[in-house]
Design a protein around this ligand. Structure first.
Ligand SMILES: Nc1ccn([C@@H]2O[C@H](COP(=O)(O)OP(=O)(O)OP(=O)(O)O)[C@@H](O)[C@H]2O)c(=O)n1
Ligand SMILES: C[C@](O)(CO)[C@H](O)COP(=O)(O)O
Length: 239
């Protein structure tokens, strides 16, 4: 299974002056933990790290220090996550028929989650890891007035990995580019192309480290895991 790791963001919401994936968690760069899960996955056999040129020296040093046994390719990121993934798809080896796309910022995802998504992708064209929403969600207009309260039983919070048949996702990205679609996850392109996307039960701990509070939460979760010797078998979450 081929894995693309979008890692080319600027970390604006983190308020960081550098790529947040280079910030440290338990003494290691945040992306170290993402790569460690990919290295421990039974299915992943190729890793593409999509990054900005300015981060390449740091990322190369991290990968070299990890002495990963799986091939790692560095791919030029874009101005948006959508553009970065587009670039990643163009860089996939010709023998890549399926791909998992996993945010570098989701450093707590376990090898078990990666493998469950890889297994599920053998039986469908597109999928995402997701967890049921626990809060009541409101649709609010520009003036701050609530317009709707969707039925929570139908609401799931999308995570990554997201997995797809490569040729179909490439076509959806091309259509999106021509149509001017702006999306925040790849599944949205599949959906706009009326292609099926299935849900794989994600993990409550699979948060996207976006703000400083997320960094503190991630530090706590990692510390707990290290303390229990838990290799991160994941918590599939409960409804
Ligand atoms: N041009 C971009 C923007 C984001 N990402 C990656 O997509 C993932 C999810 O993006 P996000 O959490 O939004 O990261 P940032 O864009 O860095 O955060 P912000 O929006 O706060 O700047 C991250 O692993 C990020 O590195 C990317 O590869 N290329
Ligand atoms: C892909 C994603 O992680 C699914 O929840 C999310 O859409 C990424 O959003 P971001 O604004 O690029 O962090």
């Amino acid at each position: 299974m081929h894995l693309l790791i979008p890692a080319a963001g600027m970390g604006r919401r983190m308020g960081s002056s550098r790529n947040k994936l280079l910030l440290t968690l338990l003494g290691k760069p945040l992306i170290f933990w993402t790569l460690q899960a990919a290295a421990a996955s039974r299915y992943i056999n190729w890793i593409g790290i999509i990054c900005q040129l300015e981060d390449l020296p740091d990322l190369k040093a991290i990968v070299e220090e990890m002495t990963l046994t799986k091939p790692v390719q560095f791919i030029q990121g874009g101005k948006t996550r959508q553009e970065s993934v587009y670039n990643g798809l163009q860089a996939l080896p010709d023998n890549a028929h399926h791909v998992l796309i996993h945010d570098g910022a989701r450093c707590l995802a376990t090898p078990d989650l990666l493998d469950r998504c890889a297994e599920a992708l053998q039986k469908c064209q597109g999928l995402i890891a997701a967890v049921p929403v626990k809060d009541t969600i409101k649709v609010v207009d520009r003036t701050g007035l609530i317009k709707d309260t969707p039925d929570r039983s139908h609401l799931w919070a999308a995570q990554t990995p997201q997995g797809f048949e490569v040729q179909l996702l490439k076509q959806c990205h091309e259509t999106g580019l021509k149509s001017g679609w702006v999306v925040t996850d790849d599944a949205a392109l599949f959906e706009k192309c009326r292609l099926p996307v299935r849900i794989v039960q994600g993990e409550e701990t699979n948060l996207k480290v976006t703000t400083p509070v997320d960094l503190a939460i991630a530090q706590y979760i990692l510390h707990q895991r290290q303390g229990t010797g838990d290799k991160g078998q994941g918590d599939k979450g409960t409804r």
